[in-house]
Ligand binder design. Sequence first.
Ligand SMILES: [Cu+2]
Length: 418
Amino acid sequence: MKRTLAVLAVVALFGAACGDDKKADSGTATTTAPATKASSITVEVDGAPDDLSMSALAYFPKAVTVHAGDKVSFHSNDTGEPHTVTLGALVNDGLTAFNGLPDEIKNADGPPDPSKLPADQAALVARFMALDKKLPPLLPDGPGDANQLSANPCFLASGDPKPDAACEKTAQPAFDGKQSVYSSGYLAEDAMFDVTLADDIAAGTYSFMCLLHRQGMTGTITVVADDADVPSAADVKKAAADELESRFASKLRPAAATLATKAVGDAVAGSPPLKGEEDLEASLNAFGPGEATVKAGSAMTWTVFGPHTISINAPEDAKGVFVRAPDGTWHANEKAFKPEGGAGAPPPPEGDAGPPDPKAKPVLIDGGSYDGTGYHSSGVILSFGAPVYQYKLTFTKAGTYKIQCQIHPAMKGTVNVT
Ligand SMILES: [Cu+2]
């Protein structure tokens, strides 16, 4: 998962920001309430309505307006995709540099080759890359642990953090708009990251982003003068629900209905991401069909879309992307990633292979057989784009088997073997 989540991040980074700009502009136009001070508002991190198993790589609402001294509480909805909420000068500078890139570079499927760019564009890219590197991706581009700077809380008044070590543990200060790094680290299910805005924070717009999903997952806090109107907490709550529904859920619902009733011969794990300006920003976490029936001795083959596992009888400690060490630091959960009882996805290619060829045929992973006992798992299959992978599992014994994804807790299905 780590590699392609990082690839996903890079694709999102160069693919999603233009649309995001437009959405940010419309997001700030939320209705304003009378001049009552919204002392505390909540921003949802990711999310899914009750009737859909999905991930949304977004904050809801994307843009909020507050007064100095107010509190913005970021509430984590753990759909399985790990996120952070990261503010500070490095984030602002990095996003400003990114937004200054030419559209064709921002919209490309991968990072540009600097040697093929005109000198002025190469300089812009180099400046952006230098800033972006100071806050590394939450998960690395290859095997290994989560980046410890990004995975753990970090409050740094000034200067650059060490790019591969957790920041020194400190009490969380108010956000004054000047800190170089102000980051939640990985947000567990239902975690709340409270950002109190300092009484003396300057009016202006402060960006935040996710250190996994990068420039594809951003938002803004705009601080206005004390006598200016801001939306009430209830307005913000309504805007959050409206954005989740209009931008993502309403668009994924038809795909979810199709998925649920797929034929066994066309089985899928997950769905292609939404097309268009929300490409890669939301996808379904579901098996299609949700319930399948096959004869003993025959196989099921799922075409995989996204970062998923196909697992049976997973132990509790093999669920979830992150685990917490006794010292409180967050680490990648290797147990969730590795295959069990059969083959998993082949190791990622050496070096930066770039985005997958959209016309390539999926690679078939033969996961062997399941005899009705014990734990079996595909391990994480990172299947972005083409799709890249299919996973085949032969069921040798009659029974009813619950399948699940160890990345996405709500992604569950049943295979009846007769
Ligand atoms: Cu994220």
